[in-house]
Design a protein around this ligand. Structure first.
Ligand code: NDP
Length: 458
Protein backbone atom coordinates (compact mmCIF):
# COMPACT_ATOMS: atom_id res chain seq x y z
CA UNK A 1 0.00 0.00 0.00
CA UNK A 2 1.19 3.53 -0.78
CA UNK A 3 1.18 5.97 2.12
CA UNK A 4 1.46 9.76 2.07
CA UNK A 5 4.30 9.56 4.61
CA UNK A 6 6.70 6.99 6.03
CA UNK A 7 6.24 8.66 9.41
CA UNK A 8 3.65 11.05 10.77
CA UNK A 9 4.41 12.63 14.14
CA UNK A 10 1.67 14.13 16.30
CA UNK A 11 3.16 16.79 18.57
CA UNK A 12 5.96 19.30 18.02
CA UNK A 13 7.66 19.17 21.43
CA UNK A 14 11.16 17.99 22.31
CA UNK A 15 10.54 14.30 21.59
CA UNK A 16 8.39 14.65 18.47
CA UNK A 17 10.61 17.23 16.80
CA UNK A 18 13.77 15.22 17.42
CA UNK A 19 12.27 11.98 16.06
CA UNK A 20 10.82 13.73 12.98
CA UNK A 21 14.04 15.58 12.24
CA UNK A 22 16.36 12.60 12.60
CA UNK A 23 14.09 10.23 10.68
CA UNK A 24 13.86 12.72 7.79
CA UNK A 25 17.41 13.99 7.61
CA UNK A 26 19.36 10.88 8.56
CA UNK A 27 17.29 7.99 7.21
CA UNK A 28 15.66 9.64 4.19
CA UNK A 29 12.14 8.93 5.47
CA UNK A 30 9.26 11.09 4.22
CA UNK A 31 7.99 12.74 7.40
CA UNK A 32 5.00 14.90 8.34
CA UNK A 33 4.30 16.50 11.73
CA UNK A 34 1.22 18.19 13.19
CA UNK A 35 1.22 20.62 16.14
CA UNK A 36 -1.86 22.53 17.26
CA UNK A 37 -0.02 24.94 19.57
CA UNK A 38 3.45 26.44 19.54
CA UNK A 39 6.46 24.47 18.27
CA UNK A 40 8.89 23.49 21.00
CA UNK A 41 6.22 22.09 23.33
CA UNK A 42 6.18 22.23 27.10
CA UNK A 43 9.95 22.41 27.58
CA UNK A 44 10.58 25.36 25.31
CA UNK A 45 7.33 27.30 25.52
CA UNK A 46 5.87 26.75 29.00
CA UNK A 47 8.32 24.63 30.98
CA UNK A 48 12.06 24.13 31.41
CA UNK A 49 13.30 27.05 29.34
CA UNK A 50 11.09 29.94 30.56
CA UNK A 51 11.25 28.46 34.08
CA UNK A 52 15.06 28.47 34.06
CA UNK A 53 15.13 32.05 32.79
CA UNK A 54 12.82 32.94 35.68
CA UNK A 55 15.18 31.13 38.06
CA UNK A 56 18.02 33.32 36.80
CA UNK A 57 15.87 36.45 37.15
CA UNK A 58 14.91 35.50 40.69
CA UNK A 59 18.52 35.08 41.84
CA UNK A 60 19.81 38.57 41.10
CA UNK A 61 18.11 40.23 44.10
CA UNK A 62 20.02 38.10 46.56
CA UNK A 63 23.21 38.41 44.53
CA UNK A 64 22.98 42.19 44.95
CA UNK A 65 22.80 41.85 48.72
CA UNK A 66 25.73 39.41 48.70
CA UNK A 67 27.70 41.78 46.50
CA UNK A 68 27.48 44.44 49.23
CA UNK A 69 29.23 42.05 51.63
CA UNK A 70 32.02 41.81 49.09
CA UNK A 71 32.50 45.57 49.08
CA UNK A 72 30.27 46.56 46.17
CA UNK A 73 28.23 49.71 46.57
CA UNK A 74 24.97 48.32 45.16
CA UNK A 75 21.40 49.20 46.12
CA UNK A 76 18.54 46.72 46.30
CA UNK A 77 16.75 47.85 43.13
CA UNK A 78 13.34 46.69 41.93
CA UNK A 79 12.38 43.86 39.65
CA UNK A 80 10.34 44.91 36.62
CA UNK A 81 8.14 42.01 35.53
CA UNK A 82 6.93 43.75 32.37
CA UNK A 83 10.47 44.28 31.12
CA UNK A 84 11.43 40.70 31.90
CA UNK A 85 8.26 39.22 30.38
CA UNK A 86 8.76 41.17 27.15
CA UNK A 87 12.29 39.85 26.82
CA UNK A 88 11.15 36.34 27.75
CA UNK A 89 8.42 36.36 25.09
CA UNK A 90 10.87 37.55 22.45
CA UNK A 91 13.24 34.73 23.40
CA UNK A 92 10.46 32.13 23.20
CA UNK A 93 9.44 33.48 19.77
CA UNK A 94 13.04 33.11 18.66
CA UNK A 95 13.25 29.55 19.95
CA UNK A 96 9.97 28.58 18.33
CA UNK A 97 11.37 29.92 15.06
CA UNK A 98 14.48 27.79 15.53
CA UNK A 99 12.34 24.67 16.02
CA UNK A 100 10.28 25.39 12.90
CA UNK A 101 13.45 25.98 10.90
CA UNK A 102 15.07 22.76 12.12
CA UNK A 103 12.07 20.83 10.86
CA UNK A 104 11.95 22.67 7.53
CA UNK A 105 15.70 22.20 6.98
CA UNK A 106 15.34 18.48 7.67
CA UNK A 107 12.61 18.26 5.01
CA UNK A 108 9.74 17.59 7.43
CA UNK A 109 6.32 18.83 6.25
CA UNK A 110 4.55 20.60 9.13
CA UNK A 111 0.85 21.17 9.72
CA UNK A 112 -0.38 23.79 12.21
CA UNK A 113 -3.36 21.66 13.11
CA UNK A 114 -4.74 19.26 15.68
CA UNK A 115 -4.52 15.61 14.65
CA UNK A 116 -6.57 12.62 15.68
CA UNK A 117 -6.03 9.01 14.78
CA UNK A 118 -8.65 7.48 12.47
CA UNK A 119 -7.14 4.03 12.00
CA UNK A 120 -3.78 2.26 12.27
CA UNK A 121 -2.39 4.25 9.32
CA UNK A 122 -4.63 7.32 9.02
CA UNK A 123 -4.63 10.68 10.77
CA UNK A 124 -7.40 13.25 10.45
CA UNK A 125 -6.34 16.86 10.79
CA UNK A 126 -8.56 19.62 12.24
CA UNK A 127 -8.60 21.07 8.72
CA UNK A 128 -10.60 17.98 7.71
CA UNK A 129 -7.76 16.47 5.68
CA UNK A 130 -6.97 12.75 6.01
CA UNK A 131 -3.32 11.74 5.83
CA UNK A 132 -1.92 8.22 5.65
CA UNK A 133 1.40 7.06 7.09
CA UNK A 134 3.25 3.78 7.41
CA UNK A 135 4.14 4.65 11.01
CA UNK A 136 2.51 7.09 13.42
CA UNK A 137 4.34 8.54 16.43
CA UNK A 138 2.28 10.11 19.21
CA UNK A 139 4.32 12.69 21.12
CA UNK A 140 1.60 14.93 22.54
CA UNK A 141 3.13 15.44 26.00
CA UNK A 142 1.17 16.36 29.10
CA UNK A 143 -0.59 19.24 30.80
CA UNK A 144 -0.90 20.56 34.35
CA UNK A 145 -4.03 19.51 36.23
CA UNK A 146 -6.02 21.17 38.99
CA UNK A 147 -7.47 19.07 41.80
CA UNK A 148 -11.18 18.38 41.61
CA UNK A 149 -12.63 20.80 44.11
CA UNK A 150 -15.16 23.60 44.09
CA UNK A 151 -13.76 26.84 42.59
CA UNK A 152 -10.48 25.19 41.56
CA UNK A 153 -10.78 27.14 38.31
CA UNK A 154 -9.92 30.31 40.27
CA UNK A 155 -6.39 29.00 40.61
CA UNK A 156 -3.77 29.22 37.88
CA UNK A 157 -1.42 26.44 36.70
CA UNK A 158 2.24 26.61 35.71
CA UNK A 159 1.38 27.33 32.03
CA UNK A 160 -0.25 30.60 33.13
CA UNK A 161 2.69 31.97 35.12
CA UNK A 162 4.56 33.20 32.07
CA UNK A 163 1.56 35.26 30.90
CA UNK A 164 0.71 37.08 34.15
CA UNK A 165 -0.08 40.77 33.50
CA UNK A 166 1.65 41.64 36.73
CA UNK A 167 3.30 39.79 39.56
CA UNK A 168 0.91 39.18 42.47
CA UNK A 169 1.83 40.62 45.87
CA UNK A 170 1.01 37.28 47.48
CA UNK A 171 0.71 33.77 46.09
CA UNK A 172 -0.43 30.47 47.57
CA UNK A 173 1.20 27.45 45.94
CA UNK A 174 -0.46 24.08 46.36
CA UNK A 175 1.72 20.96 46.02
CA UNK A 176 5.13 19.74 47.05
CA UNK A 177 6.63 18.41 43.81
CA UNK A 178 9.21 19.81 41.37
CA UNK A 179 6.97 22.56 40.03
CA UNK A 180 5.57 23.71 43.38
CA UNK A 181 8.99 24.00 45.03
CA UNK A 182 10.68 25.59 42.03
CA UNK A 183 8.00 28.28 41.64
CA UNK A 184 7.92 28.92 45.39
CA UNK A 185 11.62 29.82 45.19
CA UNK A 186 11.28 31.77 41.94
CA UNK A 187 8.34 33.84 43.17
CA UNK A 188 10.02 34.52 46.50
CA UNK A 189 13.18 35.64 44.71
CA UNK A 190 11.14 38.04 42.57
CA UNK A 191 9.71 39.66 45.69
CA UNK A 192 6.33 37.93 45.94
CA UNK A 193 5.11 36.87 49.40
CA UNK A 194 4.94 33.07 49.04
CA UNK A 195 2.85 30.61 51.05
CA UNK A 196 3.02 26.92 50.14
CA UNK A 197 0.71 24.15 51.33
CA UNK A 198 1.72 20.54 50.85
CA UNK A 199 -0.59 17.75 51.98
CA UNK A 200 2.21 15.29 52.89
CA UNK A 201 4.77 15.32 55.71
CA UNK A 202 7.71 16.56 53.61
CA UNK A 203 8.02 18.11 50.14
CA UNK A 204 9.64 16.31 47.17
CA UNK A 205 8.27 12.87 47.90
CA UNK A 206 10.47 10.07 46.55
CA UNK A 207 13.73 12.02 46.77
CA UNK A 208 16.43 11.42 49.40
CA UNK A 209 15.03 12.34 52.85
CA UNK A 210 17.95 14.46 54.02
CA UNK A 211 18.03 16.30 50.71
CA UNK A 212 14.31 17.02 50.96
CA UNK A 213 14.76 18.17 54.54
CA UNK A 214 17.53 20.61 53.67
CA UNK A 215 15.64 22.06 50.68
CA UNK A 216 12.54 22.60 52.85
CA UNK A 217 14.60 24.17 55.63
CA UNK A 218 16.39 26.48 53.19
CA UNK A 219 13.09 27.53 51.65
CA UNK A 220 11.70 28.43 55.09
CA UNK A 221 14.92 30.23 56.08
CA UNK A 222 14.65 32.40 52.98
CA UNK A 223 11.15 33.44 53.99
CA UNK A 224 8.82 31.04 52.17
CA UNK A 225 5.89 30.24 54.44
CA UNK A 226 5.88 26.48 53.83
CA UNK A 227 3.26 24.39 55.62
CA UNK A 228 3.38 20.62 55.35
CA UNK A 229 0.45 18.39 56.28
CA UNK A 230 -1.74 21.21 55.02
CA UNK A 231 -4.30 21.53 52.25
CA UNK A 232 -7.19 23.72 51.20
CA UNK A 233 -10.61 23.06 52.78
CA UNK A 234 -12.50 25.70 50.86
CA UNK A 235 -11.71 28.37 48.29
CA UNK A 236 -13.82 31.09 46.70
CA UNK A 237 -13.55 34.48 45.01
CA UNK A 238 -12.35 37.24 47.35
CA UNK A 239 -13.90 40.00 45.29
CA UNK A 240 -16.12 40.64 42.32
CA UNK A 241 -13.72 38.83 39.94
CA UNK A 242 -14.08 35.12 39.67
CA UNK A 243 -11.67 34.04 36.96
CA UNK A 244 -8.33 32.24 37.15
CA UNK A 245 -5.70 34.47 38.74
CA UNK A 246 -8.13 36.72 40.63
CA UNK A 247 -7.78 37.07 44.44
CA UNK A 248 -8.99 34.01 46.30
CA UNK A 249 -10.20 33.52 49.87
CA UNK A 250 -8.78 30.25 51.17
CA UNK A 251 -9.69 28.26 54.25
CA UNK A 252 -7.02 25.69 55.09
CA UNK A 253 -6.70 22.57 57.21
CA UNK A 254 -4.23 24.41 59.50
CA UNK A 255 -7.06 26.66 60.68
CA UNK A 256 -6.03 29.73 58.70
CA UNK A 257 -8.37 31.73 56.51
CA UNK A 258 -6.92 34.44 54.31
CA UNK A 259 -6.94 36.08 50.91
CA UNK A 260 -4.19 35.45 48.37
CA UNK A 261 -3.76 37.56 45.22
CA UNK A 262 -3.17 34.35 43.27
CA UNK A 263 -3.40 30.63 43.91
CA UNK A 264 -1.15 28.32 41.88
CA UNK A 265 -2.00 24.64 41.61
CA UNK A 266 1.20 22.64 41.08
CA UNK A 267 -0.58 19.38 41.73
CA UNK A 268 0.79 17.20 38.98
CA UNK A 269 0.40 16.66 35.25
CA UNK A 270 -1.72 14.41 33.04
CA UNK A 271 -0.90 12.87 29.65
CA UNK A 272 -2.47 14.55 26.59
CA UNK A 273 -4.33 11.53 25.28
CA UNK A 274 -7.96 12.69 25.40
CA UNK A 275 -10.22 12.79 22.35
CA UNK A 276 -7.55 11.56 19.97
CA UNK A 277 -9.23 8.35 18.90
CA UNK A 278 -6.55 6.27 20.64
CA UNK A 279 -8.66 3.64 22.37
CA UNK A 280 -11.00 3.46 19.37
CA UNK A 281 -8.12 2.15 17.21
CA UNK A 282 -6.99 -0.36 19.86
CA UNK A 283 -4.32 1.55 21.81
CA UNK A 284 -4.28 0.73 25.54
CA UNK A 285 -4.39 3.62 28.00
CA UNK A 286 -3.34 3.35 31.65
CA UNK A 287 -5.17 4.64 34.72
CA UNK A 288 -3.86 8.21 34.31
CA UNK A 289 -4.60 8.18 30.58
CA UNK A 290 -1.00 7.39 29.63
CA UNK A 291 -0.38 5.41 26.44
CA UNK A 292 0.92 1.93 27.30
CA UNK A 293 4.03 1.07 25.29
CA UNK A 294 6.69 -1.64 25.30
CA UNK A 295 10.44 -1.04 25.73
CA UNK A 296 10.63 0.08 22.07
CA UNK A 297 7.83 2.64 22.60
CA UNK A 298 5.46 0.54 20.47
CA UNK A 299 1.75 0.61 21.38
CA UNK A 300 -0.73 -2.27 21.12
CA UNK A 301 -1.24 -1.19 17.47
CA UNK A 302 2.02 -2.21 15.72
CA UNK A 303 2.18 0.80 13.35
CA UNK A 304 1.68 3.32 16.17
CA UNK A 305 4.40 4.33 18.65
CA UNK A 306 4.39 6.84 21.50
CA UNK A 307 7.17 8.72 23.31
CA UNK A 308 7.58 11.35 26.02
CA UNK A 309 5.19 12.52 28.74
CA UNK A 310 2.13 11.03 27.02
CA UNK A 311 3.58 7.63 28.01
CA UNK A 312 4.26 8.76 31.62
CA UNK A 313 7.50 6.84 32.01
CA UNK A 314 10.16 9.34 33.16
CA UNK A 315 8.70 12.78 32.40
CA UNK A 316 11.80 14.75 31.48
CA UNK A 317 12.78 16.42 28.19
CA UNK A 318 16.08 14.57 27.69
CA UNK A 319 14.25 11.29 28.22
CA UNK A 320 11.64 12.12 25.55
CA UNK A 321 14.51 12.96 23.18
CA UNK A 322 16.22 9.64 23.94
CA UNK A 323 12.94 7.80 23.36
CA UNK A 324 12.56 9.61 20.02
CA UNK A 325 16.08 8.65 18.94
CA UNK A 326 15.59 5.02 20.01
CA UNK A 327 12.32 4.92 18.03
CA UNK A 328 14.10 6.11 14.86
CA UNK A 329 16.90 3.59 15.41
CA UNK A 330 14.39 0.78 15.91
CA UNK A 331 11.94 1.55 13.12
CA UNK A 332 13.97 3.37 10.45
CA UNK A 333 17.40 1.79 10.87
CA UNK A 334 16.22 -1.74 11.63
CA UNK A 335 18.18 -1.83 14.88
CA UNK A 336 15.79 -2.60 17.76
CA UNK A 337 16.89 -0.27 20.57
CA UNK A 338 15.17 -0.30 23.95
CA UNK A 339 15.22 2.92 25.97
CA UNK A 340 17.49 2.89 29.00
CA UNK A 341 15.60 4.50 31.89
CA UNK A 342 18.14 3.57 34.57
CA UNK A 343 20.23 6.08 36.55
CA UNK A 344 18.88 9.27 35.01
CA UNK A 345 20.32 12.33 36.73
CA UNK A 346 17.98 15.27 37.29
CA UNK A 347 17.82 18.52 39.21
CA UNK A 348 15.16 20.48 40.99
CA UNK A 349 15.83 24.17 40.46
CA UNK A 350 15.01 25.34 43.94
CA UNK A 351 17.31 27.71 45.84
CA UNK A 352 19.58 25.92 46.60
CA UNK A 353 19.25 23.40 43.78
CA UNK A 354 18.85 19.68 44.45
CA UNK A 355 20.73 17.42 42.03
CA UNK A 356 20.21 13.72 42.24
CA UNK A 357 21.13 10.48 40.50
CA UNK A 358 20.37 6.91 41.50
CA UNK A 359 18.71 5.63 44.65
CA UNK A 360 17.78 7.65 47.71
CA UNK A 361 19.29 6.35 50.95
CA UNK A 362 15.88 4.97 51.89
CA UNK A 363 15.35 3.10 48.60
CA UNK A 364 18.92 1.75 48.61
CA UNK A 365 18.60 0.49 52.20
CA UNK A 366 15.48 -1.45 51.19
CA UNK A 367 17.46 -3.08 48.39
CA UNK A 368 20.72 -4.09 50.13
CA UNK A 369 23.17 -3.27 52.96
CA UNK A 370 24.67 0.20 52.44
CA UNK A 371 27.12 2.75 53.76
CA UNK A 372 26.17 6.43 53.78
CA UNK A 373 28.74 9.18 53.32
CA UNK A 374 27.38 12.66 53.90
CA UNK A 375 28.65 16.13 54.64
CA UNK A 376 26.90 19.43 55.22
CA UNK A 377 28.66 22.75 55.47
CA UNK A 378 28.39 26.50 54.88
CA UNK A 379 29.91 27.26 51.46
CA UNK A 380 32.68 29.84 51.32
CA UNK A 381 30.90 32.32 49.05
CA UNK A 382 27.77 32.84 51.14
CA UNK A 383 29.45 32.27 54.52
CA UNK A 384 31.66 35.30 53.73
CA UNK A 385 28.46 37.27 53.20
CA UNK A 386 27.18 36.08 56.62
CA UNK A 387 24.41 34.01 55.08
CA UNK A 388 23.26 30.89 56.94
CA UNK A 389 23.01 28.80 53.72
CA UNK A 390 24.19 25.22 53.98
CA UNK A 391 24.95 22.68 51.30
CA UNK A 392 24.82 18.88 51.43
CA UNK A 393 26.74 16.21 49.53
CA UNK A 394 25.82 12.58 49.97
CA UNK A 395 26.92 9.24 48.54
CA UNK A 396 24.98 6.04 49.11
CA UNK A 397 27.31 3.07 48.65
CA UNK A 398 26.65 -0.66 48.30
CA UNK A 399 28.52 -2.59 51.01
CA UNK A 400 28.85 -5.62 48.78
CA UNK A 401 29.87 -4.17 45.41
CA UNK A 402 31.19 -0.79 46.71
CA UNK A 403 29.31 0.86 43.85
CA UNK A 404 27.83 4.30 44.38
CA UNK A 405 24.10 3.61 44.23
CA UNK A 406 23.02 7.21 44.72
CA UNK A 407 24.51 10.69 44.74
CA UNK A 408 22.55 13.63 46.16
CA UNK A 409 23.70 17.24 46.17
CA UNK A 410 21.87 20.23 47.61
CA UNK A 411 23.89 23.31 46.69
CA UNK A 412 23.96 26.30 44.37
CA UNK A 413 24.49 24.90 40.86
CA UNK A 414 23.84 21.32 41.97
CA UNK A 415 22.21 20.79 38.55
CA UNK A 416 25.58 21.38 36.89
CA UNK A 417 27.40 19.18 39.41
CA UNK A 418 25.06 16.20 39.18
CA UNK A 419 25.37 16.06 35.39
CA UNK A 420 29.07 15.22 35.81
CA UNK A 421 28.68 12.98 38.87
CA UNK A 422 25.98 11.19 36.85
CA UNK A 423 28.60 9.96 34.35
CA UNK A 424 30.62 8.27 37.08
CA UNK A 425 27.53 6.73 38.69
CA UNK A 426 26.23 5.52 35.32
CA UNK A 427 29.64 3.95 34.62
CA UNK A 428 29.33 1.99 37.86
CA UNK A 429 31.98 3.91 39.82
CA UNK A 430 32.79 2.59 43.29
CA UNK A 431 33.38 4.66 46.40
CA UNK A 432 37.09 3.90 45.94
CA UNK A 433 36.95 5.38 42.39
CA UNK A 434 35.61 8.60 43.92
CA UNK A 435 38.38 8.44 46.59
CA UNK A 436 41.10 8.03 43.92
CA UNK A 437 39.97 11.26 42.30
CA UNK A 438 41.97 14.27 43.47
CA UNK A 439 39.91 17.21 44.70
CA UNK A 440 39.54 20.44 42.74
CA UNK A 441 40.29 23.11 45.33
CA UNK A 442 38.68 25.34 46.48
CA UNK A 443 35.26 24.22 45.31
CA UNK A 444 32.12 22.98 47.01
CA UNK A 445 32.04 19.79 44.97
CA UNK A 446 35.50 18.68 46.13
CA UNK A 447 33.73 17.33 49.22
CA UNK A 448 32.24 14.59 47.05
CA UNK A 449 35.73 12.99 46.74
CA UNK A 450 36.99 13.67 50.26
CA UNK A 451 34.42 11.93 52.47
CA UNK A 452 36.45 9.29 54.34
CA UNK A 453 34.17 7.70 56.92
CA UNK A 454 30.58 6.57 56.58
CA UNK A 455 28.24 8.50 58.86
CA UNK A 456 26.09 5.39 59.19
CA UNK A 457 25.40 1.98 57.74
CA UNK A 458 22.03 0.41 57.12
P1 NDP B 1 4.67 16.08 40.90
O1 NDP B 1 3.96 14.82 40.65
O2 NDP B 1 6.15 16.09 41.07
O3 NDP B 1 4.04 16.79 42.18
C1 NDP B 1 2.67 16.98 42.34
C2 NDP B 1 2.45 17.47 43.75
O4 NDP B 1 1.09 17.83 43.92
C3 NDP B 1 2.78 16.43 44.79
O5 NDP B 1 3.38 17.08 45.88
C4 NDP B 1 1.40 15.87 45.15
O6 NDP B 1 1.32 15.38 46.46
C5 NDP B 1 0.55 17.11 45.03
N1 NDP B 1 -0.85 16.81 44.72
C6 NDP B 1 -1.33 15.99 43.76
N2 NDP B 1 -2.68 16.00 43.75
C7 NDP B 1 -3.06 16.83 44.74
C8 NDP B 1 -4.31 17.23 45.25
N3 NDP B 1 -5.45 16.78 44.72
N4 NDP B 1 -4.35 18.10 46.28
C9 NDP B 1 -3.20 18.55 46.83
N5 NDP B 1 -1.97 18.21 46.40
C10 NDP B 1 -1.90 17.35 45.36
O7 NDP B 1 4.20 17.02 39.72
P2 NDP B 1 4.73 18.40 39.17
O8 NDP B 1 3.53 19.01 38.56
O9 NDP B 1 5.49 19.16 40.20
O10 NDP B 1 5.75 17.96 38.04
C11 NDP B 1 5.37 17.03 37.05
C12 NDP B 1 6.56 16.37 36.45
O11 NDP B 1 7.22 17.28 35.59
C13 NDP B 1 7.64 15.94 37.43
O12 NDP B 1 7.37 14.71 38.01
C14 NDP B 1 8.86 15.92 36.59
O13 NDP B 1 8.94 14.69 35.93
C15 NDP B 1 8.60 17.03 35.59
N6 NDP B 1 9.34 18.26 35.95
C16 NDP B 1 10.70 18.23 36.02
C17 NDP B 1 11.40 19.36 36.36
C18 NDP B 1 12.89 19.31 36.45
O14 NDP B 1 13.49 18.36 35.96
N7 NDP B 1 13.53 20.28 37.08
C19 NDP B 1 10.73 20.63 36.65
C20 NDP B 1 9.31 20.54 36.56
C21 NDP B 1 8.65 19.40 36.22
P3 NDP B 1 1.79 13.89 46.86
O15 NDP B 1 3.29 13.92 46.93
O16 NDP B 1 1.14 13.69 48.19
O17 NDP B 1 1.26 12.99 45.80
Amino acid sequence: MNFDYDLFVIGGGSGGVRAARVAASETGAKVGLAEDDRYGGTCVIRGCVPKKLMVFASEYGEMASEARSYGWDIGDGDFNWTTFRGKLNAELDRLEGVYRKLLANAGVTTYDARAIIKDAHTITLSSGEDITAKHILVATGGRPVRPERENADLGIVSDDIFHLDELPKSILIIGGGYIACEFACIMHGLGVEVTQYYRGAQVLRGFDEEGRGLVAESMRERGIDLHTGTDIIEMGPAGPGGKAGDPVRVKATNGSERVFDTVLFATGRAPNSDNMGLEEVGITLGRKGQIEVDEYSQTAVPSIYAIGDVTDRVNLTPVAIREGMAFVETVFRGNPTPVDHELIASAIFTQPEFGTVGLSEEAAAEQEPIEVYCTSFRPMQTAFADKPDRVMMKLVVSKASRRVLGCHIVAPNAGEMIQLAGIAVKMGATKEDFDRTVAVHPTMSEEIVTMKTPIRTA
